[in-house]
Design a protein. Structure first.
Length: 112
């Protein structure tokens, strides 16, 4: 098995949910991740806070928020086990993020 990272990119629609819709969405996420955990697929991950800093360039310029001009924000990540990237992509298709037109970036973890 190989490890893959799912980077969850949320749209503005995701952040504009009513409290009731947000609670229902969170329950779907909890169920989906719980199922991945029971199957031994999920190895870790966390949501990300909406704040942060970005350091860039040779001069190491620091700016508030890594997403100042972004139309979608990286809201969190998971690390999963899959036999290959195709299986990792198929597993990602069960993610609730797609209900709010979000995106999952699937990246293999480099072995060191």
């Amino acid at each position: 098995m190989e490890k893959f990272v799912y980077l969850f990119r949320n749209t503005q629609e995701h952040y504009a949910m009513s409290p009731e819709a947000a609670e229902a969405s969170m329950q779907k996420w909890t169920n989906w991740m719980g199922d991945l955990g029971k199957k031994g697929i999920l190895t870790g991950g966390d949501p990300l806070q909406g704040t942060g800093k970005s350091v860039s360039g040779k001069n190491k310029v620091v700016t508030d928020g890594p997403f100042v001009e972004a139309k979608e924000l990286v809201g969190g990540y998971l690390i999963i086990n899959a036999k290959d990237i195709n299986e990792a992509v198929e597993i990602s298709k069960g993610c609730p993020i797609f209900e709010t037109d979000g995106r999952v970036e699937v990246r293999p973890v480099q072995k060191m």
